[in-house]
Design a protein around this ligand. Sequence first.
Ligand code: C2E
Ligand code: CA
Ligand code: CA
Length: 701
Amino acid sequence: MLAAGQLALALVMLTTMALVAYRFELNRAQRTAEQIRVEHVMVSELVGMRARLQHDLITGTDSKARHESGLRIIGMDKGEAGATPVWPGHQSFAEIVDNLAGQGWDNSDTADVTGSISGTAAGGGGSQPAAATPAMGVLSLGGATYVAVAARGTTPAVALKPIDSRLLGWLSRTAGVAPIKMSNASQVPPAAAHVDLSQQAAVTRPQGPHLVLQWHPQRPGDLMLIRDGLILMGITILIAMIMIAYLHGAMKKLRASEAQAQRLAGFDKLTDLPNRSQFGQLLALETARSRRAQSSFALLYVDIDRFKEINDACGQEAGDKLIQGTVSRIASLLQPGDRLARIDGDEFAILQTEIASARDCEILATKIHACLRQPIDLGNLEIRVRVSIGIAMFPADAATDEELTQAASSALALAKKEGRDRFVFFEKMLGDDMRARRTREDELRKAIESGNLLVHYQPIMTADGLRLSCVEALVRWPHPLGGLVPPDEFIALAEDRGLILPLGEFVLRQACRDGRRWPGVRVAVNVSPIQFRQKDFAKIVERVLSEENFDPTRLELELTEGVVIADADEAEAIMFDLRGQGIRLALDDFGMGYSSLVYLRRFAFDKIKIDKSFLESMEATGESAIILHSLIHLGRALGLTVTAEGIETPEQHRFLQAAGAHELQGFLFSRPVPREQIDRMLAAQRTYDGPDSLANSRSVA
Ligand code: C2E
Ligand code: CA
Ligand code: CA
């Protein structure tokens, strides 16, 4: 774009320079003929003068005929011999001269002219025959100068014209030169080059030039510049203007998209607040500033309680309004130096500057809770927003900005853990928690890298509880101090710290490897949403399957709603790919989410696993039993395999079998166990049930 503008400018400059150079070049060739010294000429000589003029000037001259007729007009004023002379009273040339002399005009020069004219025009008066050519003379009378022409023939017909501006104008027009001025020969130095007509004059004449006709030459370069140059310049400028206009538009667009990109990079679109990365920079600056000024400030993390539920129940638009409403309420409570940022979907950060003590933070947090108690209008409903707030102070709680964010997030985590809708200050104890968490993270990373994780398998039985149709792979972490750590205690950490991808692949690979020991039994593997969303998830699964030589139709991936919530279109595409490989997909923890039915309708699951929480509360409330019943029916109606989890008692087993669940999983049948134990269970099953059992179990799904 920039290049186009410079090009346009360069084009105009180049054209200008070329035109100027060309003009000088043309003008240089045409320095001559700036003046004509007129002495005493015949009409015929004037013709020659015109021809000479024409030759010397590149002026696009007119025809010779017009020129000659022009001369005739000088000479005779519209007439040949015998035509009406212009001088009033039809006087002869001599009479005119006498007349003028009689009026006291200076006729010192006229004698010769008269002589010359009388010699030719007066004809009969002399011994010489009448001249064949009309004569012309220049006549000065009383300061005015005239051109006089005597026509040929016996009757002298004389025309006398004052050499005034009209005549000079006519002459310049006829000759096609710039306006001619007349001066006395004595006042004008001879030009470097000039037309000296005296050389061409064939008749006798008085000595010395009478006058000089002068003009500023219309140099061809100038003419060209005026005529062609202007057009050319016009076109060039037009092109340049078009280019500049185009450029201007392009630059405007560029600037707009740049601004947009900047905004997107640093700011949240919905609220116009700084986003997480931008806030990180603000925080670093504030930490540095506060260190220099030896002042304190606080970092408050504010999280909207149960935002996801509101968003799911009321729709994204309502969710957006809720966020905006919350932001404007909080913003109204801040002091001029304070900063507010949106660091996550429903999480905000406040930099509370210039604080004297924790009391200032307490006041702000209390005000935030109070002002959010007023319901926010979401169009067709009103919602009272509740928030959890975690507060950490610099430098009291942390030495760096990084430590400060960790302190604030652990305070927030505690606020949520303690029942939400409250604020919690960071305390040193939390710091110890943080250190412990970091150690754990290091240990987990090492365990994953060294493959020091175990995969246990929990049998999933046919509805009668007799045959094993599937096993679910469940990871365990053998900790040097704490025994086998259950996944609930480290999956979230692995997800947080980017360890879930290697962990997930490890479990998948191990499950395929072990699964080869149990032909006819399906192997279910849990997939974290983060894992599912990684680029090429389907490709990775395909690669592991082929490397471990495991039949894809025996693999079942257990996905949760979280997988499909983030980007439904993308999820659909990946699921399509997986199913294309023959892999079965199960919706885990079914019934726990908010919109399970929506997902069931849209996504092609093969199986639902009804969450164990329904069984946990079945005894307590009859409602759960009804829900369980409906869920099983719903699954069956949609043609899905229905699995119930968490079966611990024979009553639960009976109920679920009667309700129509296809598969059952729970401690009643077996806890998750090492692979060798599955080997033994399958062996026992074969001896007990006979060789048909596996075929029967397959028919269930
Ligand atoms: P989940 O997918 O719902 O797995 C079933 C969990 O329920 C297992 O817990 C299992 O031990 C437990 N369970 C099975 N039967 C009963 C029962 O009768 N009563 C009770 N109270 N619990 C029962 P576990 O092994 O602790 O796994 C917990 C969660 O960790 C799993 O829940 C799963 O979401 C996750 N997880 C386990 N392994 C992996 C893995 O390899 N990758 C991923 N991404 N997540 C995993
Ligand atoms: Ca599962
Ligand atoms: Ca589950």
